[in-house]
Design a protein around this ligand. Structure first.
Ligand code: ADE
Length: 247
């Protein structure tokens, strides 16, 4: 998977992603990361990449030319039309399903805006997807691009090693993950749930599934609508909430 990030702050991208699991995946050649500095492509002799908005108003707008030429330099190095994702609070909200789908792409271009935005004409020309990471406004698209690349990378075979499996992840089946415990058995007077020490894998699996259902019902009830749950499990949730006085 090739990730091309068009940005005014390439160090932010490489600094963040050349670390930890994504850093290891880059080293192992499972992901290729190319942070392309938009400023390198401006034809302005002072290195300017932004200008005042037509029609007036606060802030500056990133100009079309440097963004377009940065994109063309990427396009000239590959033999296909990649998806070009513009990070914006006006986009479709990113989720685990999108991460899984995007992990199948050969390469993706991420365009990071700054200031008051990017000249709409270059967006019309190159962007295939508008994506947001949530209903809040950040100062630029770099952190959203990094979030997306991290989440997408984890879905690429080989990026997670055996002991880091994505199978039990929160949201892998539309539910939140069960609680986890490690040594010691008692910490600060708090005991690890006895069932986890029983060595009975079937019972542990059943307990974890119940915990996932309870957790999702309490913390993210909106997820239950699309989660894959049996009628018996739905009944279990209903009864649990009724008994605990939650509904
Ligand atoms: N740029 C600024 N805020 C953003 C957000 N919430 N998601 C994606 N890109 C952004």
């Amino acid at each position: 998977m090739n990730c091309y990030v068009l940005t005014l702050f390439p160090d932010m991208i490489t600094g963040g992603l050349n670390t930890s699991i994504t850093g290891r995946a880059i080293e192992e050649g499972l992901i290729r990361l190319d942070a392309v500095n938009i400023r390198d492509y401006t034809l302005n002799k002072h290195g300017k990449t932004d200008d005042y908005p037509y029609g007036g108003g606060a802030g500056m707008v990133m100009q079309a030319q440097p963004v377009y030429d940065a994109y063309r330099s990427v396009r000239s190095r590959i033999d296909y039309d990649p998806r070009v994702i513009y990070l914006t609070p006006q986009g479709r909200v990113f989720n685990q399903t999108m991460a899984r789908e995007l992990a199948l792409e050969k390469g993706i271009v991420f365009l990071c805006g700054h200031y008051e935005g990017v000249d709409e004409r270059v967006l019309d020309e190159i962007v295939t997807d508008h994506v947001s990471i949530g209903d809040f406004v950040l100062t630029g698209g770099e952190l959203p691009a990094m979030c997306m690349i991290d989440a997408i990378s984890r879905m690429i075979p080989g990026v997670l090693h055996n002991n880091e499996s994505a199978e039990d992840d929160s949201l892998s089946d539309g539910l939140l993950e069960f609680p986890q415990y490690s040594r010691p058995e008692v910490w600060n007077g708090r005991q690890v749930p006895k069932i986890l020490l029983s060595g009975d894998h079937a019972k542990v699996d059943a307990w974890r599934r119940e915990q996932s259902l309870i957790r999702t019902a309490l913390r993210r009830p909106d997820l239950l609508e699309h989660a894959v749950i049996s009628p018996r499990e739905r009944e279990f949730i209903r009864k649990y909430l009724a008994d605990s006085g939650e509904v």
